[in-house]
Design a protein around this ligand. Structure first.
Ligand SMILES: [Zn+2]
Length: 108
């Protein structure tokens, strides 16, 4: 039986190779955002399994809006605050549009 985590990409290695950076030059607490592939401090990342204000995880939101993303290709994926804000704005926008349509069925 194969351990599925062995087959997952190390997103930090991808980042280092892509930017020609050596691992020794990276602060220990650094994490690479799964969405924008930028390196950020661990304290500035949010796990995809963290619940949002709508009580669903970021993973569920991303799977809903971006089904083409494979969120299991890397181990313990996290996203930066900038991507988190963009995702939340996207989700809020769609929800507001749907709410408006629902509240005005005879007009829309
Ligand atoms: Zn990001």
């Amino acid at each position: 039986m194969t351990d599925e985590t062995e087959e997952r990409l190390n997103i930090m290695e991808v980042y280092l190779n892509r930017n020609d950076i050596k691992a020794v030059d990276v602060p220990d607490e650094s994490i690479v955002c799964r969405l924008c592939l930028e390196m950020v401090d661990n304290g500035c990342c949010i796990s995809l399994d963290c619940e949002t204000k709508d009580v669903v995880t970021l993973r569920i939101l991303l799977e809903k809006y971006f089904p083409e993303l494979d969120l299991y290709v890397t181990k313990d994926p996290a996203i930066c605050k900038t991507c988190h804000l963009s995702l939340q704005n996207h989700s809020d926008f769609i929800k507001n549009c749907l709410d408006t349509t629902e509240k005005n069925p005879k007009i829309l």
